[in-house]
Design a protein around this ligand. Structure first.
Ligand code: LIP
Length: 272
């Protein structure tokens, strides 16, 4: 079984992250009915609900009760430096727009960095009762079953997921890639939650995923799940995955999709 030969302290972090993600997922599920937009952030469509904030408060309280010296970074404002070398990277509800609309494609994403590197990732999708877990060097599982990414290496056969930002300038630049991408791949999916898109790569539910504009909390846990399932999770031109561009794909497919995105300068920031 993967995850059993991980370093003990990573095991302990995985156990705490899993318990907290499950508890947070149940809270989010309980608040879903009748939820309304409470605020917006980077644009009028970048929404926040009371559930986003309540779930982040629950996660932070649970982390600090168990590990008072850890750092925490959360999408909804949690920012604790910490002194332990462990930092929790939280997206309390990844896919908030889907959550607001009642589309069952959202997740609680809990990444745990040890000395600056993600060592544990947990993504909990309560709508589908799916628990995605990964430990660096220990593999990735979905509901306890080992994960392996797609071995597909032909772009023409590839199902590619992507996402679009909240800023109209970024969306225009992202749209400009599609006329060249759509004719040369099997199909494209825009599912709306980066952490679940990355987990879908890990499970071979899509063959690749790319997006510009991911924040650390979108990428942390799902990126480790995809990596530990054998996918490459990187930026373009040898850069690490991150805000400029995140591309996740099996080793056979990665180069062709990478080169198409390079031709489009898909990592250039149109909002700069
Ligand atoms: C979402 C990401 C998604 C992206 C959306 C949004 P949020 O995160 O998971 O991939 O396309 O624009 O950023 O805001 O729902 O936590």
């Amino acid at each position: 079984m993967p995850l059993t030969d991980a370093v003990t302290d990573l095991d302990a972090l995985l156990s705490l992250a899993t318990d907290l993600a499950r508890e947070a997922g149940q809270l989010a599920l309980s608040m879903r009915e009748g939820i309304e937009q409470e605020d917006t952030k980077s644009s009028p469509t970048d929404v926040v609900t009371a559930a986003d904030r309540a779930v982040e408060r629950l996660l932070v309280a649970g982390i600090l009760a168990a590990r008072p010296h850890d750092g925490v970074l959360g999408e909804e404002g949690a920012g604790i430096a910490g002194t332990s070398g462990v930092r929790w990277v939280l997206d309390p509800i990844d896919g908030t727009t889907n959550y607001l609309y009642g589309l069952p494609q959202w997740a609680v994403s809990v990444g745990v960095e040890v000395d600056g590197r993600t060592g544990v990732g947990v993504v909990h999708d309560p709508s589908k009762d799916e628990l995605w877990q990964a430990v660096r060097g220990g593999g990735a599982v979905l509901n306890g079953r080992p994960l392996r990414c797609s071995a597909r290496d032909e772009l023409a056969q590839a199902m590619v997921a992507t996402g679009f930002g909240y800023d109209a300038r970024r969306r225009a630049a992202q749209a400009a890639v599609l006329p060249d991408l759509l004719p040369v791949v099997r199909d494209v999916r825009r599912l709306g939650a980066a952490s679940l898109d990355l987990c879908a790569v890990a499970a071979g539910r899509v063959d690749a995923y790319y997006e510009q504009g991911l924040n650390p909390w979108d990428l942390s846990a799902g990126g480790l799940v995809a990596q530990e399932a054998g996918a490459r999770v990187e930026g373009l031109r040898g850069r690490p995955a991150g805000f400029d561009l995140t591309l996740a794909a099996g080793p056979g497919l990665f180069p062709a999709l990478h080169d198409l995105l390079v031709r489009h300068d898909a990592d250039a920031d149109p909002c700069a």
